[in-house]
Design a protein around this ligand. Structure first.
Ligand code: ADE
Ligand code: ZN
Length: 333
């Protein structure tokens, strides 16, 4: 491993944009398919990997929702989450804020309780065994209705204390943040923090809406803010973090080459931009691989890399004291 790669690895890092369903590796997908008797349309692990060629967000989502069908029991959600934690502890990821999509499972007849209990048990064990702290964020699928999002918010009530915030994901086109304004208002009344995917495939107006109508603390992706200068100024002014996912954006053809990605430009302009992995099993890299790819594409210096690691904690929902602890650890590397 090169000098800078080991430097990146040594930096404590927080992951703020990670769909737990997107960590389902083909091997585990096959194991669970057998364990639960859920047929897959692929004949081998290799065939699954071959199919991971996407032309846009929707072509990915179709495969992603199909893959999630093998997740049936609490133990499956536990195994999925624990495998992710085991992987990222080797990359010195010390804090994770993970998304889960309850509707992907409740719509298949899997109970909310099964899903969240399995995920949370693994996170608790991961904290004990690997020292990784965690938060859980529940996302509403924006291609579904407002009414279905309200139903999901209701289902989450018994688990309110386990879930720090609500988010918005799935197909951005034709499903603007405004569709979920009332759901987010209710969620905020219940004390949830809010985040939303915006400006991934949709334009800067999606980011504007997420800020104004959903009162989000962070924008997930947000890369298309670059098309509106005054929006970029606002993000700088308000220091609203963007949780960008560089390898995801390449795999989903938002950019054809990482060198075109606005990450470094936004960093230099003063936007609080962070590096994350989104759906690492599908996009060819976990957090470390995302950092390394960006280092190479933009020739990032150690100072830049430290800044990304520091931002990852500053933008997190950790208490201030823990943020400061990790920032001081980063400054020792
Ligand atoms: N769900 C999982 N990954 C996603 C992404 N990149 N955008 C929107 N929804 C998603
Ligand atoms: Zn995402």
């Amino acid at each position: 491993m090169q000098d800078l790669d080991s430097f990146i690895k040594a930096l404590p890092k927080a992951e703020l944009h990670l769909h737990i369903e997107g960590t389902l590796e083909p091997e585990l997908m096959f194991d669970l398919s057998k364990r639960n008797n859920v047929p897959l349309k692929f004949s081998s692990v290799e065939a699954v990997k071959q199919a991971y060629q996407f032309k846009d967000l929707q072509s990915f989502l179709d495969l992603y929702y199909a893959g999630a069908s093998v997740l049936q029991k609490e133990k499956d959600f536990y195994d999925l989450t624990y495998a992710y934690l085991k992987k990222v502890q080797s990359q010195n990821v010390t804090h994770v804020e993970i998304f889960f999509d309850p509707q992907t499972h409740t719509d298949r007849g899997i109970s909310f309780e099964t899903v969240i209990t399995g995920i949370r048990k693994a996170l608790v064990d991961g904290q004990k065994n690997f020292g990784i702290s965690f938060q859980i964020i529940m996302c509403f699928l924006r291609h579904l209705s407002e009414e279905q999002a309200f139903e999901t918010l209701k289902l989450a009530e018994p688990y309110r204390e386990w879930i720090v915030g609500v988010g918005l994901d799935s197909s951005e086109k034709d499903h603007p943040p405004s569709k979920f304004k009332r759901v987010f208002e209710k969620a905020m009344e219940q004390g949830y923090l809010t985040v939303a995917h915006a400006g991934e495939e949709g334009g800067p107006e999606m980011i504007q809406e997420a800020l104004d109508l959903l009162r989000v603390r962070r924008i997930d992706h947000g890369v298309r803010c670059t098309e509106d200068k005054s929006l970029v100024e606002r993000l700088i002014q308000e220091q609203t973090p963007l949780t960008t996912c560089p390898l995801s954006n390449i795999k989903l053809c938002v950019y054809s080459d990482l060198k075109e990605h606005p990450l470094k430009k936004l960093l230099d302009e003063g936007v609080k931009v962070t590096i994350n992995s989104d759906d690492p099993s599908y996009f060819g890299g976990y957090l470390l691989e995302n950092y390394i790819a960006c280092q190479k594409a933009f020739d990032l210096s150690k100072e830049d890399l430290k800044k990304f690691a520091i931002y990852s904690f500053e933008a997190s929902f950790l208490p201030e004291e823990q943020k400061q602890y990790w920032i001081s650890e980063i400054n020792k590397v």
